[in-house]
Ligand binder design. Structure first.
Ligand SMILES: O=C(O)CCC(=O)C(=O)O
Ligand SMILES: [Fe+2]
Length: 361
């Protein structure tokens, strides 16, 4: 028996549209054999993410898939509407903002009214596309990412997890509004690096591959995409990705939408020290209302889902290489985290009752 997963309880695993077989060999009857660790719940293995079977297969294997999305008219309309928005940094942070980021990101801008307008504009433009391409997903966050000429390097990273159950898949849709290549700071990624470690990436957490970036590039692990304006790269938020400095003459505008399975509980993981994370419900308004300082400080008014024991640790280059080599097998195992259960008869009152139950062996 596997122990109760955090989100089995927090969210419940409900049936969604399932894939019969996506061709990656992992869809047999019964439990999937784990390469290591625990078996992955069938419901999650079979949960379809992209409606198109070929896109689903590519996504499962590589952690991303690229496809045309916006029409030329939609790109033009969105670009015009974006230029009328007034973020506090005017899309051009003159001095590096949080953590020395030299790009504009809607979510990091201090203007709440702008953040909401950006969300409304982008979600309005993309809702029908999301519906058409993804199987029962909904939009949680919308951002403009703008890199001024000569700036904007984005170190390799994973996006923060967005679901209370880490075995579920949240995705980013990254869509440039200008043609984006390695030259002007387009997206790059390490193929098949999704769901290979149970790492929780938070705003102040080191990546599990800290210090390896140069070697990863030198070893040819990182792929750079050339994406025409309006096309999209849809990727697993656990995929290692980033983007180089914009060496072009003009700003590089892109949008990013973060989407979660409709049946999942959207969440934010706040590092509370000692390897533990507080998990709080984080739906659309959560991300519009809270800025980065709020996210780091926490807030007693947030809806607490529980506390989980993290399994973060650093890997070295050889281990990363090995994990990538075995990634198909590793992805058949669970990366979900377990609720922290203290051996006390009376759980603290702010925790839901189920947290007071003992974990089965
Ligand atoms: O726009 C970029 O260059 C980076 C985007 C990114 O990291 C993301 O969409 O998660
Ligand atoms: Fe990212």
């Amino acid at each position: 028996m596997r122990p109760p997963h955090f989100a089995d309880v927090a969210a419940g695993i409900r049936s969604a549209d399932m894939i019969e077989c996506d061709g990656d060999g992992s869809m047999g009857e019964g439990e999937i054999m784990a390469g290591e660790g625990e078996h992955l719940p069938q419901d999650i293995v079979r949960r379809k993410i992209l409606r198109d079977p070929q896109a689903q297969q590519d996504f499962s294997r590589n952690g991303f898939v690229a496809m045309p999305m916006l029409s030329e008219a939609e790109v033009a309309a969105l670009s015009t509407a974006a230029s009328a928005l007034r973020p506090n940094d005017a899309f051009d942070p003159r001095r590096p903002n949080w953590r020395a980021a030299s790009y504009h990101c809607s979510f990091l801008d201090t203007n709440r009214d702008y953040r909401r307008r950006a969300f409304e504009l982008i979600s309005r433009t993309f809702t029908a596309h999301v519906e058409q391409v993804l199987q029962d997903y909904r939009i949680i966050q919308c951002n403009f990412y703008v890199k001024p000429a000569g700036r904007g390097k984005f170190n390799l990273h994973q996006n923060w997890p967005l679901t209370a159950n880490l075995d579920e898949t949240s995705v980013s849709i990254w869509c440039p509004l200008v043609d984006a290549t390695g030259h002007n700071g387009g997206l790059c990624a390490v193929p098949a690096s999704h769901k290979i470690v149970p790492h929780v990436q938070g705003p102040n957490t080191d990546p599990y591959f800290q210090g390896l970036e140069e070697r990863m590039w030198a070893a040819g692990m990182v792929e750079t995409f050339s994406v025409p304006a309006g096309s999209a790269v849809i990727f697993d938020d656990g995929l290692i990705h980033g983007s180089p400095t914009n060496q072009g003459e003009t700003p590089r505008f892109a949008v990013q939408l973060m989407c979660v399975p409709a049946e999942s509980t959207p969440a934010y993981y706040r590092d509370i020290g000692g390897g533990r994370f507080e998990v709080v419900r984080a739906d659309v308004d959560f991300w519009l209302e809270n800025d980065i300082k709020d996210l780091l400080d926490g807030n007693a008014d947030w809806e607490m889902l529980g506390v989980v024991e993290g399994r973060n640790r650093q890997v070295d280059f050889d281990e990363l290489t090995d994990l990538l080599t075995r990634s198909d097998d590793i992805r058949r195992t669970s990366i979900a985290l377990h609720p922290v259960v203290d051996d006390v008869s009376e759980p603290p009152r702010f925790l839901p009752r189920w947290l007071g139950r003992k974990r089965s062996a």
